[in-house]
Design a protein around this ligand. Structure first.
Ligand code: 6R9
Length: 635
């Protein structure tokens, strides 16, 4: 029996059972029947959960772009692969067929090789949501270079850290980017970042906004003339199953961002399989995920998963509010979108606006709607289900992470009955467990525990670039023998999972994971700041927003607090990006600390939330009196 495309609940249970009883046989068959290989594997899986070593499809040889593009050419050459919808609705959409995509990727691959990029080199991609972004990603994979896409909303400092951490040789960027009514000076940001990146030898620049920029002699090249000269054919590099495919940075709860490394064969098999089943993609569907390719959702479910299935995938350059709050629905109507995948923060923002924005558009093409990035609250779930899905389209609440490569827990449309706020059941091959503080498995229903995985799946990250020890410590030591997700969850009586949120110091603001530590580091650089602590608190639209508790030095005492607040947020914008700005800043004389000097964030979180009940035991604090004082002056 084939399990590549799950048809109904009984079929799902059979697949699931098989995948747990004999995971190797399960993945062997999926990999064997649905992809093109130069050589097949000798072993499906070898692993060691203690050492965090995973080896999937050992001995196999492949190129992921042969699977994303070449193999579709015979049957789907003239089918639209990428449908580009520009920021400005008056600019025409572009339909890039599989044939055209082949040629564009081939040209880009040839250009990269002419620039001296070879297998294993790291390439930083800092581009807005334009077709060249997907083309660059695929071109890297074509030649075996490791792409590191940095979200084009990150600051120069953040870009610099990421370029240096993975030692990128080249940066692909644009003269600028359009986002709603704004333009963003991407090239200027790259120039600033590169002042401290001595190893970057060349920069390729896409023309998008026609902004005036400076081109550094010998380093910077306009991309188009190079593409024009390049051949439209390219022989793909032959890659081993575990060769690196890409690095993508995600925030850690401490220190610098983690460069999660994904490899070739396992990631391919997993993203293709999950895309097919979670979105139930069928041949003439037009699938749209509103994420940015700068995040994992865009990697797995705008580029790789859809193209591996020969799908038409939409790339949207703009924002949901431009030119008005009807933009998403206008695009759904215009391109007759069948699967629509977005984030709760977008849903909450749109639900606040007049319902006419939705109702003025024909959404009857939709078949499946999805959510990702953070827990979707009940109100948002119902609004989305009622007004967008019209109670007719299953709403798939998909839980996963940068680290997991693909979706792990989600309903399958027309298969799994949905339940508001529940991500529901694990996908075949995924074995979640909930653990209590004593490291015992929680068997009871409705008890929150740490969400862990007790068995590997093909799409999981293999390491943190350059720091396997950190990978092991972050994910595989809290619960020995298991992968710890960092999330809390509970299970209901039928085995559905509900994700309750992060258990560490990562706050999800508008769907973006932000580690509080790097933001504190940024603030502490302000000459008037002595110390700071940042926590998340619930926010109507953003899901969470950031609340900063800041202790000032003597020098800050006489200063206008509002000016200080402005300066602090400017620092954060420079160091990390505007997404990390603080919603509220309270100046405090001290922070609640344990005797070992740890800030008691639990208490600060409660204060930020305005929940003054039950601070728990504060008697062990070094300075219990400070709690009262901070509470009194809460903003
Ligand atoms: C794909 C992505 C991962 C964190 C994850 C969790 C939260 C994502 C969720 C969800 C509840 C969902 N998260 N999807 N929480 N329900 N459906 O978002 O990756 O950016 O690495 O974030 O996002 O807390 O641990 P990433």
């Amino acid at each position: 029996m084939s399990y590549y495309s799950i048809k109904n609940l009984e079929h799902y249970f059979k697949a699931y059972k098989k995948s747990v009883k004999d995971p190797k046989a399960f993945w062997d068959k999926i990999a064997d029947e649905n992809f093109t290989w130069y050589r097949k594997w000798d072993k499906v899986l070898e692993y060691d959960m203690q050492e965090a070593e995973f080896n999937w499809f050992d001995g196999a040889k492949l190129n992921i772009t042969k699977n994303c593009i070449d193999r579709h050419l015979a049957k789907r050459g003239d089918k639209t692969a990428i449908l580009f919808e520009p920021n400005d609705p008056k600019e025409e959409a572009q339909h890039i067929t599989y044939k055209q995509l082949y040629e564009r990727v081939a040209k880009m691959a040839n250009v990269l090789q002419e620039q001296g990029i070879t297998k294993g080199d790291r390439v930083c991609i800092y581009l807005p949501m334009i077709p060249e972004l997907a083309v660059s990603v695929l071109a890297c994979a074509r030649i075996g270079a490791v792409h590191s896409v940095v979200f084009a909303g990150f600051s120069a400092k953040a870009l610099e850290t990421r370029i240096n951490d993975s030692d990128c040789k080249i940066v692909i960027t644009a003269d600028g980017g359009f986002r709603g009514s704004k333009t963003i000076d991407l090239k200027g940001i790259v120039d600033d970042a590169l002042e401290n990146c001595p190893d970057v030898k060349s920069v390729l620049v896409v023309k998008r906004t026609n902004a005036e920029i400076t081109m550094k002699e010998g380093r910077d090249h306009w991309l188009q003339p190079l593409l024009d000269m390049a051949s439209g054919n390219h022989v793909a590099e032959i890659m081993k199953a575990e060769d690196p495919l890409f690095i993508l940075y995600t925030s850690g709860s401490t220190g610098k961002p983690k460069g999660m490394l994904h490899t070739t064969a396992g990631y391919m098999v997993y993203t293709a399989y999950t895309f097919k089943n979670v979105f139930r993609y069928e041949e003439n569907d037009v699938y749209w995920c509103t994420a940015d390719i700068g995040w994992i959702t865009g990697h797995s479910y705008i580029v790789y998963g859809p193209l591996l299935n020969g799908a038409t995938t939409v790339m949207f350059e703009g924002v949901p509010s431009y030119p008005d709050f009807g933009r998403f629905w206008e695009i759904v109507e215009k391109h007759k979108i069948t699967q629509f995948y977005t984030a709760p923060t977008a849903i909450r923002a749109l639900a606040k606006e007049n319902l006419d924005y939705v109702e003025n558009h024909d959404l009857s093409s939709l078949k499946v709607i999805g959510s990702v990035g953070e827990p979707i609250n009940e109100e948002a779930w119902h609004w989305y289900n009622d007004h967008v899905g019209k109670k007719r389209c299953p709403l798939v609440d998909t839980w996963w992470q940068t680290e997991t490569g693909g979706i792990l827990i989600s309903p399958l449309p027309f298969v799994t009955p949905t339940k508001p706020t529940y991500a529901s059941l694990p996908l075949p091959g995924v074995q979640p467990v909930l653990m209590d503080e004593l490291r015992n498995e929680i068997e009871d229903n409705q008890v929150v525990g740490s969400l862990c995985m007790k068995f590997p799946w093909p799409g999981m990250a293999r390491t943190i670039w350059g720091n396997h020890q950190r990978f092991k410590e972050t994910y595989f030591t809290a619960y020995p023998g298991k992968y710890f997700t960092g999330d809390g969850a509970l299970r209901d009586e039928v085995g559905y999972y509900r994700i309750t949120g992060r258990m560490d110091d990562v706050v999800i603001v508008s769907g973006h994971n932000l580690g509080t530590a790097p933001i504190e580091d940024a603030i502490n650089e302000h000459p008037a700041v002595a110390e700071s602590a940042i926590v998340g608190f619930p926010h109507d639209i953003k899901g969470n927003a950031l609340y900063g508790f800041v202790i000032l030095k003597e020098t800050g005492a006489g200063r206008d607090p509002n000016n200080l607040r402005k300066e602090i947020n400017e620092l954060i914008t420079d160091q990390i990006g505007p997404i990390a700005k603080l919603e509220k800043i309270q100046f405090v004389p001290g922070l609640p600390k344990t005797r070992s000097g740890k800030i008691m964030r639990r208490i600060l979180r409660k204060i930020a939330e305005g929940d003054f009940s039950n601070f728990g035991d504060i008697s062990t604090l070094l300075n219990p009196e400070i709690v009262e004082e901070i509470k009194e002056n809460r903003i």
